[in-house]
Design a protein around this ligand. Structure first.
Ligand SMILES: Cc1cc2nc3c(=O)[nH]c(=O)nc-3n(C[C@H](O)[C@H](O)[C@H](O)COP(=O)(O)O)c2cc1C
Length: 189
């Protein structure tokens, strides 16, 4: 089944998807820093900018980052030339009170990152499949940060490099209809 669009929306939103067939080719650092810059122009509650990005680009860092991914994700994500771990600070810096919106804001930043990557002809794939406890321990991540997601980032590779089970799902995810996700103010009454 193909994606369908009823309206003219941003090209990058239409075209972005989450491939698993990564090329092992390195990406340049300019592209890497540019997508982080895009991410950090996301809006956030009180402009707190709770997002943080641990970036693995060099081989020794990639080894550590790969080891926190689930085995299933490692099967394809090990090829990605960049792995990013997205953290989010749980507290407001001004008063140290809990920031209930920190994950919401970190998610917005990931969205911006993925769209800028798409604009640059690069691919991203977010992963919730990782061992957060191991990541916290091995990367010595302080308690004040939630560990939100890992992201594989790089260039599109060859679909034939994937195992059969991944290959058959290697296509843009489809969506519910827009009607299914819009409610009226009295819908739950
Ligand atoms: C927070 C988050 C966690 C995800 N976790 C995984 C994962 O662990 N492994 C995986 O292969 N894909 C993972 N995905 C990718 C989703 O399955 C994918 O985005 C979804 O099926 C929609 O497809 P699309 O991105 O191609 O539109 C994750 C995506 C997000 C945003």
């Amino acid at each position: 089944m193909n994606r369908t669009f009823e309206h003219e929306i941003l090209k990058e939103i239409k075209e972005r998807w989450s491939p698993r067939a990564f090329s092992e080719e390195k990406i340049n650092k300019e592209d890497l820093i540019a997508v982080i810059e895009a991410a950090h122009y996301a809006p956030s509650c009180f402009n707190e900018q709770p997002w943080r990005f641990i970036i693995a680009y060099e081989e020794e860092d990639l080894k550590i980052m790969r080891s926190v991914l689930t085995e299933k994700n490692q099967l394809w994500a090990n090829k990605a030339p960049v792995l990013i771990l997205i953290l989010s600070c749980k507290y407001f810096s001004a008063n140290k009170k809990g920031n209930s919106w920190n994950k919401f804001d970190a998610g917005t930043a990931w969205g911006f990152l993925s769209l800028e990557a798409q604009r640059r002809g690069l691919i991203t794939h977010a992963m919730g499949g990782f061992d957060a406890e191991k990541a916290r321990k091995d990367l010595k991540i302080p308690d004040e940060y939630d560990i939100i997601a890992a992201v594989a980032f790089g260039k599109m590779g060859n679909i034939n490099s994937l195992g059969e089970s991944f290959r058959k799902n290697e296509q843009p995810g489809i969506r519910k209809s827009v009607e299914e996700i819009i409610f009226n103010v009295d819908s739950f009454k």
